[in-house]
Ligand binder design. Structure first.
Ligand code: AMP
Ligand code: GLY
Length: 427
C-alpha cells in the first residue's frame, strides 16, 4: 500500500516511525514532514491547507490511504473532500470533527446522549455569560471556554467572580480568540486526576489503543502557563481493566452510537480527555486526532501492525477483537525553545541527537526543526520529544532523560519531572 501522512510535528514523526515498521507499507509520503521524518519517508512540500494540491498529489502518487495528523485540515473538511473524490482517508468529516472544533456542539451532544461531563451553559451572548458568572451558577472556581479551536489557550479556570467576568470579556468583547470566542461555554469545575483515552473508530465501532497522562504546564511541579504539552507517559497506571470497561460503556459507546444516529458516523482517531472524579470518569474534552506529545508514547504501546487497523477504521471494517497492547512503559520529554510558550527563538544549532538515539530504548521525534545548510537548527517552540521505553516507569524515565542529557541547543528548556506522577500512582 502507498500511504500519505499529513502533518509535520512530533506526532506525525511517531506515526511515520510506527508505519515504517509495518512490512506492508509500500511507500510512505508525508506532507509537509520535517527533517526527522525525511529520514524515514519521502517528504513533499504542499501546503496542507491546499486541498486541491493534496488531492492532486494523491492522484499523481497513486496513494491508497491518507492519514491526517492535525485537527485543522479535518475541521476544514479534508475527509469530506476525499470521500467525494472516492479516495480513502482515515479521519473524521468536518461534521464529526465538531466534537473537537466546537465545544458547544460537543457539550450539547453529550447532554443529548447522556455522556458524563461537567454541568454547563453554552452562551451566544455576553449578557447571558455575565448573568451566569454573576449568579455563581456553577459555583467557584468556574471554567470559561472559547467555543472554537484556540490552540489549547481558550480555557480559563477562574478562581473568583472577577476573574470569570474578565475571561468572558476577553473572549466575547476583546475577541482575544477571534471568532473562536464568539460563543463560549461556562462550566462546573471538576476535580480529580486527568487521563487521556485513545481509540481507533470506524463509524460503528471503537477499539482502545491505550491511555496516557500529560504535563501541560511549562515548569516543574505544574507551575507556569499552559502549553501544548511538555511531556507525557503511557500507559496511565490509573486506568485498570474495570475502569476501561466503564469508560467504554458510559462514554465511548454512547458517543459512537450517538454520532452514527445523528448521521455523522465517527471515523478516525478519537482522544477523550477525561477527569476521574469521585463520581466516576467525566469528559473534559474530545480531540478528533492523536495528541502531541501523547502520540509519541501511545503509538509504541500497540503491539500489532498499525496499517491494517487504520485501513479497517477508514473502511468501516474494524473487528471486535481488541488491539493487542504491549506491557512496556513509555515516557516522553519535550525539549522546548527559549521563550516557549509565549514566543520562541529559532535557528539555534542542535547537537547530540545521534548520541541520544544510540542509547538502547531511546527514540527522538522531531517537531520544530529545520535544516540550514548541512546543520539541523531549531524552528519553533516545541523542538523535539525524547522518548524512553522500559519494563517499568523508573526505567522509561531514566532512559528518556539519559537521551535528553545528550542533546543541546541554545535556550533549550524542559521539565525535569515528566513521569513522576506515574511512579507516585504505582503500587
Ligand atoms: P481543554 O482545552 O478543554 O482540554 O482544557 C484545558 C485544561 O483545562 C484541561 O486539560 C483541564 O486541566 C482544564 N479543564 C478544562 N475543563 C475543566 C473542568 N470542567 N474542570 C476542571 N478543569 C478543567
Ligand atoms: N497535547 C494535547 C493535544 O495534542 O491536544
Amino acid at each position: 500500500m502507498r500511504v500519505l501522512v499529513i502533518g509535520g510535528g512530533g506526532r506525525e514523526h511517531a506515526l511515520v516511525a510506527r508505519l515504517d515498521a509495518d512490512r506492508d507499507v509500500g511507500e510512505l509520503l508525508v506532507v509537509p514532514g520535517n527533517p526527522g521524518i525525511a529520514r524515514l519517508a519521502r517528504t513533499v512540500s504542499v501546503d496542507t491547507g491546499d486541498l486541491d494540491g493534496v488531492l492532486a498529489l494523491t492522484d499523481r502518487e497513486q496513494i491508497d490511504l491518507t492519514v491526517v495528523g492535525p485537527e485543522l485540515p479535518l475541521s476544514r473538511g479534508i475527509a469530506d473532500r476525499f470521500a467525494s473524490e472516492g479516495r480513502l482517508l482515515f479521519g473524521p468529516t468536518a461534521a464529526a470533527a465538531r466534537l473537537e472544533s466546537s465545544k458547544t456542539f460537543a457539550k450539547a451532544f453529550m447532554a443529548r446522549h447522556g455522556v458524563p461531563t461537567a454541568r454547563f451553559r453554552a452562551c451566544d451572548s455576553i449578557d447571558e455569560a455575565f448573568a451566569s458568572v454573576r449568579t455563581d451558577e456553577f459555583g467557584l472556581p468556574v471554567v470559561v471556554k472559547a467555543d472554537g479551536l484556540a490552540a489549547g489557550k481558550g480555557v480559563v479556570i477562574a478562581e473568583d467572580r472577577a476573574a470569570a467576568e474578565r475571561a468572558v470579556a476577553d473572549a466575547m468583547r476583546e475577541r482575544k480568540f477571534g471568532a473562536a470566542g464568539d460563543r463560549i461555554v461556562i462550566e462546573e469545575c471538576l476535580r480529580g486526576p486527568e487521563v487521556s483515552f485513545f481509540l481507533v473508530c470506524d463509524g460503528a465501532r471503537a477499539v482502545p489503543i491505550g491511555t496516557a497522562q500529560d504535563h501541560k504546564r511549562v515548569f516543574d511541579e505544574d507551575r507556569g502557563p499552559n502549553t501544548g504539552g511538555m511531556g507525557a507517559f503511557a500507559p496511565s497506571p490509573l486506568v485498570d481493566a474495570a475502569l476501561e470497561a466503564r469508560i467504554m460503556r458510559e462514554i465511548v459507546e454512547p458517543v459512537i452510537a450517538g454520532m452514527a444516529a445523528e448521521g455523522h458516523p465517527f471515523r478516525g482517531f478519537l482522544y477523550a480527555g477525561l477527569m476521574l472524579t469521585a463520581s466516576g470518569p467525566k469528559v473534559i474534552e474530545f480531540n478528533v486526532r492523536l495528541g502531541d506529545p501523547e502520540a509519541q508514547v501511545v503509538l509504541p504501546l500497540i503491539d500489532e501492525p498499525l496499517l491494517p487497523l487504520l485501513v479497517a477504521g477508514a473502511t468501516g471494517a474494524l473487528g471486535d477483537t481488541p488491539v493487542r497492547l504491549g506491557s512496556e512503559c513509555f515516557t516522553g520529554v519535550v525539549l522546548a525553545s527559549r521563550g516557549y510558550p509565549e514566543s520562541s527563538e529559532s535557528n539555534q544549532p542542535i547537537t547530540g541527537i545521534d548520541r541520544a538515539e544510540a542509547i538502547p530504548g531511546v527514540a527522538v521525534y522531531h517537531a520544530g526543526t529545520s535544516r540550514r545548510g548541512g546543520q539541523l537548527v531549531t524552528a519553533g517552540g516545541r523542538v523535539l520529544t525524547v522518548v524512553g521505553r522500559g519494563g517499568d516507569f523508573a526505567e522509561a524515565i531514566a532512559r528518556a532523560y539519559a537521551g535528553v542529557f545528550q542533546i543541546s541547543f541554545k535556550g533549550m528548556h524542559y521539565r525535569h519531572d515528566i513521569g513522576r506522577r506515574a511512579l507516585e500512582s504505582e503500587v
